[in-house]
Design a protein. Structure first.
Length: 333
């Protein structure tokens, strides 16, 4: 028997197999209202739980297909609470390790690009340093002043190039040979590729637990005995009318979904709503409901605009459901 969980007067199905069973074997569609875990930042695709209409719940109970239960709102067992948080921390630690491994794998896959980028940046830095030294030597008239400025420039540039990663045989403090080719200069630069990659790997930082994904349980992880709920729908005359119409359509092999988006009570489909368009917009009318001629025009225009037939449903004196369909005979102009 399928279990329906009650919360705030609404029934939900949390088990994915039960959702497939309800749809495939019993033509109970419901409405998925949960967040899609693979793409959480969108609203087009929904996920568990499946929320059922009150009419669907009553039908399932009446046919012996499902039962409505409720679970405690809070867990009071200290051991269960401790186990829950320990499991949550463990899952977070596994995510952190996985993220770090993925980042390291990405760095290793792009090792050549990283190395070439570091090499190009180093060469540009050394070229700028050489030009600055040459300019100072040409414009300075005070040898001591020049020496001081060169030392300052050396200290500034040394902060940009890590000596642990670079070995150079070029004497950049000398400008005796200003015609040296940049290509020759670059050939004398030796970079430790492994040290560069190791430095990039060391930059991979820890991931905060606040950024980890949290597992949402679709069922209680602890076995407990649920409390069977006494389902009281339908109770009012309007609810009884809606259920009678719903049950009659279901027994006629239709798929039924809520019809509020088209101004009705239900939408009736000849097949699964994933494959078929709605055929009828069903509007439930009681014997005392006011109905005027203008309402016929309203429903007729409504059905024409959305290419569906409006069916007015009511219960006669014998308790049978009767329908009156409204549609335009000719094309509207």
């Amino acid at each position: 028997m399928i279990t329906l969980h009650i919360s705030s007067g609404k029934a939900f199905v949390w088990n994915a197999k039960d959702v497939c069973t309800l749809r495939g074997e019993h033509r109970i569609v419901g409405s998925l209202i949960g967040c899609y875990p693979i793409k959480p930042f969108q609203v087009q695709t929904k996920w568990l739980p499946l929320q059922l209409m009150p009419e669907e719940v009553t039908l399932l109970i009446e046919k012996g297909i499902a039962q409505v239960v409720s679970l405690p709102n809070q867990v009071t067992d200290a051991d269960q609470i401790k186990s829950f948080y320990e499991t949550q921390d463990k899952l977070c630690e596994e995510q952190v390790l996985l993220l770090k491994e993925n980042r390291k794998k990405e760095i290793l896959e792009k090792a050549n690009k990283i190395f070439e980028g570091k090499k190009r940046k180093l060469f540009e830095t050394l070229e700028k340093k050489k030009k600055a030294q040459k300019r100072l030597c040409e414009t300075s008239t005070n040898g001591d002043q020049t020496s001081t400025e060169l030392e300052t420039q050396d200290q500034t540039q040394s902060g940009q190039v890590s000596t642990s990663l670079v070995e150079t045989n070029t004497n950049l403090n000398s400008v005796d040979n200003p015609r040296t080719s940049p290509i020759q200069e670059s050939e004398e630069i030796v970079l430790d590729k492994e040290a560069i990659i190791e430095a990039e790997l060391n930059k991979v930082s820890e991931v905060s637990k606040d950024l980890c994904l949290v597992q949402l349980f679709t069922e209680s992880p602890w076995k407990s005995t649920p409390t069977v709920v006494n389902w009281k729908y339908p109770s009012s005359e309007q609810e009884k009318l809606r259920y009678a119409v719903y049950k009659d359509l279901w027994e006629k092999k239709y798929y039924i979904t809520p019809g509020s988006k088209f101004g009705g009570d239900f939408l009736a489909y000849e097949g699964d709503p994933l494959k078929y368009h709605a055929l009828f917009i069903v509007v439930c009318k009681g014997p005392l409901d006011r109905f005027q001629g203008s309402d016929i025009v309203v429903y007729g225009r409504l059905g024409h605009q959305v290419k569906k037939t409006v069916a007015l449903a009511s219960v006669n004196a014998e308790g049978n459901v009767e329908y009156i369909s409204i549609n335009w005979e000719h094309k509207m102009v």
